[in-house]
Write a protein that binds this ligand. Structure first.
Ligand code: BES
Ligand code: ZN
Length: 872
């Protein structure tokens, strides 16, 4: 820990209550304010050390126990984002009051206290000031002890122009005339909380009338012209708040709960206690004209942030190394809530994609443990990744299933109750779960949380044929590493009479023998699909699984499908093994499964040489056509969510990497009619149609998509068309798209992501990267660093070698501290992909021809190894 300490403030002085008065000036892009901090010195100190960044401080005064105010000398430490305040004589232990007058710039880069300027539907410009303090930008808003452990009460006042709304974490208590044209809005004291949760919002917001949930008023706020899109969020706000009060059995910790859509927003949403902020497409949705997945995104985000009111706000990690205690839990709780509120959305199967993404990253040498040391701010920011969110949530799901949902829930309640208004370490969570369950949670979970990577569980029929033997070794795409995990395995054993049994055990360093009864037909090792590990079946077990593939649960099948593809990438099995599986899945009408296969085939298409690409295209058509032909373009009335999603994913597949001319022509025809308002395309099909139209269309299609973007009346439509335009193929259309992305028609919050999509398009990547290099200075100034990940990660699939080398050289020469690990991961993935591309070269056609077209009766494939069985 010694290397971490320099970034931590001394604990000799502790703040208890901040009284803040802040006045933003949207005309001059500045703000000023005063802060009075009630603090306590724990020992005699010669200076006060606290955080401040980009602020100027004046009139700093401290009043100690003697009641005599003493002026403080201010010395700035900009590199440390600190100020040191020195009194004329040392401060003795005891209570003291610190007063500071300060001022700073209203930023344009969506960090700290920033300004958003957008044009409304009526053509009028709207100016908004809002804060985003997590992780370490509260220090850009006011001088403070900006570490999660320094919890304090905040008493906020905002001075705002007459007519503007002012919102903060707690209820408004007074709203008084300040001077002509201005009002002073004062808010109640908050409960004790961390500085990263402080929120201020000022602007012409419209609020829904409050709905009371156990006396807590809940409201939704949006800028003018968007109030009609708040109904869904209002219902979701009530439903999620009720769900969590009930799940945790602990009342909501704030005195009101507002959910506000901010038109420029760096993240998706932010869990400020009592004042949750969102980007517009994560809160505002038109119930009638949106797809179930767009509604899921809103409900899921709201559930996630609402869960944080307990996990994060009420109980907070001591330091940023423990951020998974916030984000993994909020992600897990979000899934639990959405599943309870909308079981028909199958959210755990949707999450399989997120989990597969985490398994991908975590199979790299450049992974990290979920919990990991953090020093300077860039390292805190770097913690918000797939390992914290998706791996963390997946590992919690595994634990929940292992302990049983009810025991798990009681453990969580115990943990939150013990530590409310306090700060915790991961061990505190294990203590509470052990106390409630009596299980050795710590031993098991430490192996998942404090070590990177995950196991590949190898299953083989024992020599005597009467058992299967399970062993583990670490999964890696390239190279080797030997971790050991406490793996909760659940083996599902089926018998020929239709019966079966489940055997649960903890697999450790030693091999495990699971007895087989006579008459067994097949074995699924990760039964239910809850485990965060991969499985390699020996050929005998694999052959017995193929015929029953349609009988597996969706999660089991998703796991199998992802594991086979990972084994191909790891060079543990040859490609035909995966092709055989895809062919066997042809009749399985599962949208999540096909989304996964679509991702695998998209990569295969990217890796194929130009002269072998058509082979992949025909494979795509071969596997996707049978199900597609069973569906009509128009969804039948009363169709279920899964079938609508299936249609969309098959359409995308066939119209993009399948290059199916009839699908492309029909998509263009239907889209033209949709834009001309002759017919309408169902919301769940619209994104897929837009993407196919962009990928296969010409200039008139570009204009239709552009028109649809400009005229979009919902945040979802805007997002859909903006990103669809990244998929164009013709160089002149690529140029148009890029010009649009760099123009003021695209908001700061969206343009880096949009450029990232263009970088993933083979036809656009060179032009996009030229632009990125040419405008690097502007780009790095305009966007918060974490957003630039969109420009780094696509490197993984750039197969144009000179371009990949240029990108690598540039990014090496222009390092971004927040993105050190994502860059290393992208490079490693690039090398994994290149290696597979090398193995495919010249062989693709014969491999695809050779892979059996076996139906579920599964004749043996080409490979002698089972999928995932390591090559030694
Ligand atoms: N606390 C985060 C927002 C955040 C992320 C702040 C990174 C600072 C750095 C928030 O709770 C969150 O996780 N938001 C997600 C959305 C959620 C539904 C996964 C996001 O912004 O993507
Ligand atoms: Zn979160």
């Amino acid at each position: 820990m010694a290397d971490v300490v320099p970034y931590r403030l001394p604990h000799t002085v502790v703040p208890h209550r901040y009284e803040l008065v802040i006045e933003p000036d949207l005309a001059s892009d500045r703000f000023e304010g005063t802060v009075t901090v009630a603090l306590e010195t724990l020992e005699t100190v010669t200076e006060l050390v606290l955080n401040a960044s980009r602020l100027t401080l004046e009139d700093a005064v401290v009043t100690g126990a003697d009641g005599v105010p003493a002026a403080l000398e201010v010395s700035y430490r900009p590199d440390d984002e600190r100020v040191v305040l020195t009194p004329p004589t040392p401060l003795s232990p005891g209570p003291a009051a610190l007063f500071i007058r300060f001022a700073g710039p209203l930023a344009h880069d969506l960090r700290g206290f920033y300004r958003a300027a957008v044009t409304g539907p009526d053509g009028r410009k709207v100016l908004i000031a809002a804060t985003q303090c997590e992780s370490t930008d509260a220090r850009r808003v006011f001088p403070c002890w900006d570490e999660p452990e320094f919890k304090a009460v905040f008493a906020v006042s905002l001075i705002v122009p007459e007519g503007a709304r002012a919102l903060s974490n707690a209820r408004e208590i007074t709203n008084l005339a300040e001077r002509p044209g201005y009002r002073r809005v004062t808010f109640a004291d908050t409960v004790p909380m961390s500085t990263y949760l402080v929120a201020l919002v000022v602007g012409p917001f419209e609020l829904t009338s409050p709905i009371l949930v156990d006396n807590v008023p809940v409201r939704i706020a949006a800028r003018p012209g968007f109030a009609h899109l708040t109904d869904f969020a209002a219902d979701a706000a009530v439903a999620t708040l009720r769900f969590f009060q009930n799940y945790f059995g602990i009342p909501y910790p704030g005195d009101k709960l507002d959910h506000v859509a901010i038109p420029e927003f760096a993240a998706g949403a932010m869990e400020n206690l009592g004042l949750v902020t969102y980007r517009e497409n994560a809160l505002l949705v038109d119930r009638e004209h949106s797809s179930p997945m767009e509604q899921l995104a809103v409900l899921g985000t709201m559930a996630h942030e609402t869960a944080h009111m307990w996990f994060g706000d009420l109980v907070t990690m001591r330091w940023w190394n423990g951020i998974w205690l916030n984000e993994a839990f909020a992600t897990f709780m979000e899934l639990l809530a959405v599943d309870a509120l909308h079981p028909e959305w199958d959210v755990w199967a949707v999450f399989a994609a997120g989990r597969a993404y985490a398994l991908g990253i975590d199979g790299l040498a450049n992974t990290r443990p979920i919990e990991y040391p953090v020093g300077p701010p860039a390292e805190a920011s770097a913690m918000f990744d797939a390992l914290t969110y998706q791996k963390g949530a997946a590992v919690l799901r595994m634990l929940e299933q292992y302990l049983g949902p009810d025991v798990f829930r009681r453990g969580i309640t115990e943990y939150l109750t013990r530590h409310r208004y306090g700060n915790t370490e991961t061990g505190d969570l294990w203590d509470a779960l052990e106390a409630v369950s009596g299980e050795p949670v710590r031993v098991m979970m430490d192996s998942w949380v404090f070590q990177g990577g995950y196991p590949l569980v190898h299953a083989a029929v024992a020599e005597d044929g009467r058992a299967i033997t399970l062993t583990q070794r670490q999964f890696r795409y390239q190279g080797r590493h030997d971790g050991v995990w406490q793996v909760p395995v659940v083996c599902g054993i089926r018998r020929s009479d239709g019966g079966g049994a489940a055997v649960s055990a903890l697999l450790g360093r030693e091999a495990l023998r699971v007895p087989l009864e006579d008459g067994w037909t097949s074995v699924v090792v990760n039964q239910g699909g809850y485990g965060f590990y991969r499985v390699a079946y020996d050929p005998a077990l694999w052959e017995r699984l193929m015929p029953v593939i349609a009988d597996l649960t969706p999660l089991e099948r998703l796991g199998l499908t992802d594991d086979v593809w990972a084994a191909v990438l790891a060079d543990a099995v040859p490609l035909p093994q995966a092709v055989r599986l895809w062919r066997a899945l042809k009749d399985v009408p599962d949208p999540d499964l096909w989304s996964m296969v679509f991702r695998h085939l998209t990569l295969l298409e990217a890796l194929a040489d130009d002269d072998e690409r058509s082979v992949v295209q025909s494979l795509v058509r071969e596997v996707a056509r049978p199900l597609w032909e069973g569906l009509s373009w128009e969804p039948p009335v009363g169709e279920n969510v899964r079938q609508g999603r299936l249609r969309a994913v098959l359409l995308r597949m066939l119209g993009t990497i399948g290059a199916d001319p009839s699908v492309q022509a029909e998509a263009k025809r239907r889209f033209a009619a949709h834009v001309a308002q002759q017919t309408t395309i169902a919301p769940e099909l619209l994104t897929a149609v837009a993407e196919v139209v962009a990928a296969s269309g010409g200039e008139p299609d570009w204009h239709r998509l552009h028109e649809a973007f400009v005229g979009a009346s919902t945040p979802q439509d805007q997002t859909r068309y903006l990103y669809a335009l990244a998929n164009v193929g013709d160089p002149s259309l690529v140029a148009r798209t890029l010009a649009l992305y760099m123009s003021s028609a695209v908001r700061v919050q969206d343009s880096a992501g949009a450029l990232g999509w263009a970088l993933r398009n083979r036809h656009a990547q060179r032009a996009t990267w030229d632009l990125v290099e040419a405008r690097w200075e502007e780009i790095t100034r305009k966007y918060p660093p974490a957003m630039l990940q969109a420009l780094v990660s696509p490197l993984a699939t750039v197969m144009d070698e000179p371009l990949a080398e240029r990108m690598t050289a540039w990014l090496d020469a222009h390092p971004i501290p927040e993105l050190v690990r994502p860059l290393a991961q992208a490079k490693e993935l690039q090398s994994i992909h290149r290696a597979l591309a090398g193995r495919l070269r010249g062989r693709l056609a014969s491999w695809l021809a050779a892979a059996p077209h076996s139906g579920p009766d599964g004749r043996p494939g080409l490979s002698t190894d089972g999928p995932g069985s390591p090559r030694t």
